[in-house]
Design a protein around this ligand. Structure first.
Ligand code: SAH
Length: 244
């Protein structure tokens, strides 16, 4: 029986992979990877390494999570070093916890390797600090993707009246709904919003707007994309660097 490394691949730029992640990729017998993990990383693997793609794009999951869990488990029965490579950090909407529990219940040894999360790094490449002294004292990371079968929104919108920076992941397809909700709970229509597409890659694009106009400006941007809401967005003018 092998050991599974539940590994964060970082947000896109291959140089944001940690040394620890790179080391396990180099000794892996099999790498089970997501769409969000930069495929360039796979070039670091040894010659005999096998690759298993398990898809997952926002709401269109190529494989249901149950099947992904089982794929990881089956590979752990066959191989010594199994790397489960996930975009960003495994615990930030990465379902790393679920995969760990599944393995634990089957007595498979595992380790978590944190990754740099897109929630912080993507705004950073766009020159938007998630906290900034005198502007905001906290930030929230929220899923924009909700289970439509559950009917009513599961997000506690009333909690978001404060001036925290809010970062929505998996939210581009719900941008119109999200901005309407924030206006509904009392945020000004001209409150600053940024949408950042393909952050930390050479295709990164940031669109700046307000709660009332960002939907029209940003709805057609390519994914993956995240949404930043808050006064810190105004710092983009001064701090933008990567896209230049
Ligand atoms: N575990 C990941 C997040 C998984 S949820 C992490 O820690 O980064 C997937 C969402 O992350 C996407 O829908 C998008 O909102 C965001 N995301 C991931 N990579 C991104 C990138 N390079 N640019 C913009 N958003 C990204």
């Amino acid at each position: 029986m092998g050991k599974v490394y539940l590994t964060g691949a970082g947000p896109g730029d291959i140089e944001l992979l940690t040394i620890k992640a790179l080391k396990v990729v180099q000794k892996a017998d099999v790498i089970i990877y997501d769409r969000l993990a930069n495929p360039e990383i796979l070039k670091e693997a040894k010659d005999r390494c096998e690759f298993v793609f398990v898809g997952k794009e926002d709401s269109h999951h190529t494989l249901p999570q149950e099947e992904i869990n089982e794929v990881i488990y089956q590979n752990a029965l066959k191989h010594e070093v199994v790397v489960r490579l996930k975009g960003g950090d495994p615990f930030v909407f990465g379902r790393g916890g679920e995969e760990g529990i599944y393995l634990k219940e089957r007595n498979i040894e595992f380790e978590f390797i944190p990754g740099i999360t897109s929630a912080v790094a993507v705004p950073e490449y766009a020159g938007i600090p998630v906290t900034h002294r005198g502007v905001t004292v906290s930030f929230r990371v929220v899923t924009g993707h909700e289970n439509p079968k559950k009917g009513k929104s599961q997000i506690p919108w009333e909690n978001y009246k404060s001036d925290d920076t809010i970062i929505f992941l998996m939210g581009l397809h719900r941008l119109e709904f999200i901005t309407k909700k924030l206006i509904e709970i009392g945020k000004p229509k001209d409150y600053p919003v940024a949408v950042i597409s393909r952050g930390t890659t050479k295709d990164e694009k940031t669109v700046i707007g307000t709660l009332s106009d960002i939907y029209e400006k940003a709805k057609d941007l390519p994914t993956p994309a995240l949404i930043v809401v808050g006064e810190v967005v105004k710092l983009h003018d001064k701090l933008s660097w990567w896209e230049k």
